[in-house]
Ligand binder design. Sequence first.
Ligand code: GAP
Length: 454
Amino acid sequence: MDELEHFEGAATIEKVASLCRRRGFVFPTSDIYGGLGSSFDFGHYGVLLAQNIKSEWQRSMIQERDDMVALDSAVILNPQVWVASGHVEGFSDPMVDCRTCKLRFRADHIGTSACGKKPSKHPGEHSECDLTEPRHFNLMFETHVGALRDDASVAYLRPETAQGIFVNFKNVTSSLRVKPPFGIAQIGKSFRNEITPGNFLFRVREFEQMEMEFFVPPADADEWHRYWIEQRVNWHTGLGVRPSHLRVRAHEADELSHYSSATSDIEYLFPIGWQELEGVANRGDYDLRQHSEASGTTLEWIGHEERYVPYVIEPALGVGRAFLTFLCDAYDEEVVAERPRTLLRLHPRIAPVKVAVLPLVGKDTALVERARPLYEELRRSMSAEYDDAAAIGKRYRRQDEIGTPWALTIDEQTLADGTITLRDRDTLQQERIPLDGARRLLLDKLEQPWHPRL
Ligand code: GAP
């Protein structure tokens, strides 16, 4: 496959961010106080979309497998965890400061950063630039536990959910029926004091991660690494991400994290170019050995005739980064009957609202009396909306913009023959279906494969 150079579609990060704000998906946090650099709050449709993404991840990771268990560990762990994991020592970015403009830049991003005095130049290129040597800046947020604020009370907000899994290895293997190869999956918040956050949800300081640690016999690690890369690519394309916008890129030796012996990024062609969407790492036995040594508790697999420290394969994905990917891929603009429409061609299973129920004329009591019970029946099985305000065209457009795949319209003919109109968001086709069978029909459609337009 020829590699694409540019994102194909109507989306830009700005357009997606603007739709998110306009339609109540995502707001800048603490907005009335001027925000807090690159922190966001999720509104109604954002909560529903993020929830659907997490449910699909859990469904594929846990519900549809018999070699996986769930975990929800604390955000603030014993600080020794982060010493043993290597994060206190090594979870840092090299930074340079400019003594003139007082700005701070990531040393490895100088070539893409803007000088504070003259934004058309890079830091160091302007005659007044006075850069320091690179210094390491730890990305973990510090806090204090308990009443005293001294060195002994320092703790950290977790920068990854993974360590909560490793330190529970013994609890899980001794309480649940698991045996390598098996995985522990967890979704939760992580925090990083990123120096250069930006591009809307792409890089933020507070974000949710969906991480899974898969424990395998060491000799099988490479094979499982390949397996999980393939599984994870299929998850994204199965939920509608265009395959031409995805690629797998193996890390060079000098890019590898301190714990990793091999990592492949699943990259997405964002409107800003190819960027990491999800990492799939082979962490070897690094974490279990580090925690065994530091805690004095042996973390290994003990079978009938075998005893070893498992290797770990880890697919790790940010909820917000997946959210942004689905939106960029789904965002579309077109002109229909000389009128522009903006729509989100989201996979029906992740769309925040599955169906809108619309009486053709909102003031017509007879239509409303048929529409309300249908809506109440549907919402017991799926996320549904009822809307009888404004002209029907305007209501359709609003649903298109939040990505609702189907609209059901109740009109005069419904009163005569009990049929309603089913409108498809993507094709704009309308067909008449019996009102009585609508719920069953939509539930069946939700189970069927769905393909994006390309
Ligand atoms: N436990 C391994 C780990 O955390 P990572 O590559 O640093 O690996 C995994 O993070 C995923 O988490 C990334 O691929 C990305 O989807 C998401 N992620 C990481 N840092 C993020 C940030 N600052 N903002 C949003 N998402 C982030």
